[in-house]
Design a protein around this ligand. Structure first.
Ligand code: ATP
Ligand code: MG
Ligand code: MG
Ligand code: MG
Length: 440
């Protein structure tokens, strides 16, 4: 992309009403625009990051054997009356009436609808196990939408639902989700720690939340410091293997890690040596639930067993806060000059800064770099505007691309450009070819 033809409305001033770094930086970098409280447009740069996160979530869900579909944002109230949640859900639900006086709602989550789909099309144990998921906009009329996309009212979520014959099978699905989530967050360059949590309005028995440690997080967290040394890495997991998934769950959840909802100071002190006890803040970026037959029973989602008996299926639901992750990633990756994108989610792989637009040698070298990077399948952002070098650098630092290649007539006389790493700030001179090889 050439910056002269792009739409990157960066702000010079720091927005006064944005309280936390990620919100300020997303506004300043022209990633989002607020349209109403907790409702945002995703401008091109923000949209690119959102799409990259979505892509990683899709890939990891499908690697785990989960099947994508797409349910609508609007749902009939009837379904929620069947489960008993239409009244129970409270004022967070946006209720709408259509021209025929029918009650509909903007879905805050999809347990009812997916259960309806399941019961309409599946009737035999032979079709199990089954996990369906989608990435779709949700609406929750939060009392206090704040911190930009972190607590929006309209927000993008991946929500997946497993259907299994037995409790054991459903617990395997739970473990499988835990494993796939660990991989998902690590691919984004994020450490999200599974913590024992409380189930809230979804209802259920077993549940873990995934939290990113950050001072601006809304949850208090208590954990054994050893947990932050754990990495999933690139292990090759067989998602069908009960033992392997169970093993990962045990490895990542055996140490004390709880949110303030479930924290038990006595257990904390007993289980964790004082030097390893940590109290901090965290951002919830996902949650997994096992809730058994809570929806399948009232809604009649049953299958015939091998013996011909009809039994309600065991279910769970599993969510990732796709749009919240954009904010969480920035909270975890920024400095005083701007964002520092991890390679896995960066909107562009590298920036090219032309120090002297209009200089034949500099323009030519930038064009060549731009083409060479694209030929490698990379997405460079070329700052080809007639701007001072300082302004170009400030923009690049603000939008946080991992690499910047700076091209000027002086360096070119010696056959070199400058490659700068956004995270370390270190610069090195090298030939354009070497810079392309390093970035790729
Ligand atoms: P919170 O405790 O932050 O209100 P939740 O527990 O109500 O979140 P879940 O029902 O578990 O949310 O939804 C799954 C994920 O969706 C959450 O882990 C979070 O990452 C994301 N999410 C929930 N509410 C919002 C929101 N208002 N804005 C952005 N993301 C959200
Ligand atoms: Mg909530
Ligand atoms: Mg929560
Ligand atoms: Mg939750």
């Amino acid at each position: 992309m050439r910056l002269s033809r792009y739409f990157l409305p960066v702000l010079k001033e720091t927005p006064a009403d944005a309280q936390i770094a990620s919100h300020r930086l997303m506004l300043r970098a022209g990633m989002i625009r607020q349209q109403a409280a907790g409702i945002y447009s995703w401008l091109p740069l923000g949209y690119r990051v959102l799409r990259r996160i979505e892509q990683i979530v899709h890939e990891e869900q499908q690697r785990a054997g989960h099947i994508p579909l797409l349910m609508p944002t609007l749902q009939p109230a009837d379904l929620w009356q069947e489960s008993g949640r239409y009244n129970a859900y409270g004022p967070e639900m946006l209720r709408i009436r259509d021209r025929h006086d029918r009650d509909i709602l903007y879905g805050p989550t999809n347990e009812e609808m997916i259960t309806d789909i399941f019961r309409s099309h599946v009737s035999s144990y032979k079709d199990l196990p089954l996990t369906l998921y989608h990435i779709q906009w949700k609406f929750r009329d939060e009392v206090r939408p704040r911190f930009g996309v972190m607590r929006g009212r309209e927000f993008l979520m991946k929500d997946g639902y497993n259907f299994d014959l037995t409790r054991e099978d459903a617990l395997h699905a739970y473990n499988r989700h835990l494993v796939s989530y660990l991989r998902t967050y690590e691919r984004m360059g994020l450490q999200a720690i599974p913590m024992r949590a409380e189930s809230g309005p979804i209802g259920g028995d077993d549940t873990h939340e995934f939290l990113v440690l950050a001072d601006t997080g809304e949850s208090g967290v208590f954990y054994d410091s050893e947990i932050t040394d754990l990495r999933f890495g690139d292990r090759d997991i067989d998602y069908d293997s009960v033992e392997q998934c169970q093993g990962v769950l045990e490895e990542f959840t055996s140490r004390y890690a709880r949110t303030d909802d479930t924290h038990d100071e006595a257990v904390f002190q007993e289980q964790v040596p004082e030097a390893r006890r940590r109290e901090a803040r965290g951002i919830e970026v996902g949650q997994i639930f096992y809730f058994g037959t809570k929806y399948s029973e009232p809604m009649g989602a049953t299958v015939a067993t091998q013996g011909g008996e009809r039994v309600p299926v065991h279910m769970g639901s599993h969510g990732i806060g796709v749009s919240r992750l954009v904010g969480a990633l920035i909270e975890a990756n920024h400095d005083e000059n701007g964002i520092i994108w991890p390679e896995g989610v960066t909107p562009f792989h590298c920036g090219i800064v032309n120090l002297k637009q209009g200089d034949a040698a500099a323009d030519g070298a930038c064009e060549d770099l731009y083409k060479a990077l694209r030929a490698k399948g990379l997405d460079p952002l070329y700052d080809d505007r007639e701007e001072r070098a300082g302004a170009k650098f400030a923009t690049m630092d603000l939008i946080g691309l991992p690499w910047r290649i700076t091209v000027g007539p002086r360096g070119l006389k010696n056959g070199v450009v400058e490659l700068t790493c956004r995270r370390t700030g270190e610069s090195e001179e090298m030939t354009p070819e070497a810079a392309v090889a390093r970035v790729a």
